[in-house]
Design a protein around this ligand. Structure first.
Ligand code: NAD
Length: 345
């Protein structure tokens, strides 16, 4: 398929490579940074569009990818949707409910096809975990325990200029940006949340809006409980995502915040735990991770199927993230709507 890239930063290059690997091509690209646009243009042999030329590329594109910082998107979203071109929108879809409401209105106005880039949901190791949970072999969820602690953006105040994440004007912090993935991974296995409580903190004095540690406690609608412990500033990279059910438990673990290496499970009927080892690395094969998401996106477009990570998921993730932040700031437990219920937005 032919794809236009809006935003030419780090992840955009992986989007471009995924499209090419699927037999497609990049029709053109846009970025406010001439340097970044040039890097993409040279790698994919595509023209660089000026801002007011973006729309002229839409009729020749099967879809567009927006991977600009989440506060800088609404104008591009309308440029794409106005031409009824499907949109792959990076997470988090926005950082405020005002922008989320505008996204929802634009999607309704143009009857849009929008998939949100919750790429970890499409990875083989997580898909296997989800498949096993869905068989019911572990029973009903009791405790969902997620922990992902590792170095990240702004770690020890280094690597500060390289990303919008630590730019004081653009920063939104990890509770909004990165935990958005975990909301999707948890709700797909165990259902929507009832309440969220959280404490977050940031260790970069120069960017107070950048939280890089968050500690979240949840209650699900089905009565299960859960925790997410996340850090972008921990010296030992490790992660563990666990579903503990009434009949058994399954853990996805690795040495990095999104390293999906070992899947281990045991039910009450099994004498020993079983494991599968995956080469499903984000740190070493980011391109593969993004590839699976594009593969699913393109299949859904071809077959006219709904996306598994639609805009409603992206808005639900923002609702949960902002509830977590409010919980921390006001020291309260916050009630949230069911996953996918964005009727109040
Ligand atoms: N799904 C995933 O696994 C995943 C992984 C990484 C990043 N992301 C998401 O992708 C988005 C981009 O992240 P990144 O790591 O590529 O960041 P990045 O800083 O590497 O790239 C952002 C790009 O946007 C450009 N930009 C900034 N303001 C702009 C504007 N107003 N108009 C056009 N371009 C503008 C910058 O010049 C830069 O090239 C974020 O929303 C991030 O959360 C998703």
């Amino acid at each position: 398929m032919k794809v236009f890239l809006i935003g030419c930063g780090d992840i955009a290059r992986h989007h471009g490579r995924a499209v090419v690997r699927l037999g497609g091509s990049i029709t053109g690209c846009f970025d406010i940074s001439e340097t970044n646009a040039k890097i993409v243009s040279e790698e994919f042999g595509c023209p660089i569009a000026a801002y007011d030329e973006i729309e002229s590329y839409m009729p020749g594109s099967d879809y567009a990818v927006i991977s600009t910082p989440p506060t800088k998107r609404l104008d591009y979203v309308e440029m794409v949707l106005r031409h009824h071109v499907p949109l792959y929108l990076e997470k988090p879809v926005s950082v405020t409910m005002e922008d989320a409401k505008k996204l929802k209105e634009l999607a309704e106005k143009y009857d849009a096809k929008i998939m949100v880039g919750f790429a970890h949901y499409y990875r083989p190791a997580y898909r296997k975990m989800l498949e096993l949970v869905k068989t019911g072999m572990f029973g009903e969820p009791v405790d969902i325990a997620f922990s992902r602690l590792s170095p990240g953006f702004g770690f020890h105040a280094k690597n500060m200029g390289a990303s919008w994440r630590t730019d004081p004007d653009l920063a939104c912090g990890m509770t909004v940006e990165s935990v958005s993935h975990d909301w999707k991974l948890i709700t797909a296995m165990a259902g929507g949340f009832d309440t969220i409580s959280c404490n977050y903190t940031g260790t970069l004095a120069s960017v107070p809006r950048f939280d890089n540690h968050t500690s979240i406690s949840i209650r699900l609608r089905n009565g299960a409980i859960g925790t997410i412990a996340a850090s972008w500033a921990c010296d030992i990279p490790t992660c563990s995502r666990a579903y503990i059910g009434t009949k058994g438990s399954i853990f996805l673990t690795g040495e990095g915040m999104f390293e999906f290496t070992n899947l281990t499970w045991k039910t009450e009927d099994m004498p020993y735990a079983e494991s599968i080892r995956f080469n499903d690395s984000y740190d070493h094969a980011t391109g593969d991770v993004i590839f699976y998401a594009h593969e699913s996106f393109q299949e859904c477009l071809r077959e006219g199927r709904p996306f598994e990570t639609p805009l409603a998921d992206g808005i639900s993730a923002l609702i949960y993230s902002l509830a977590a932040k409010r919980s921390s700031e006001e020291q309260i437990t916050v009630k949230v709507p069911d996953w996918g219920d964005i009727s109040a937005v």
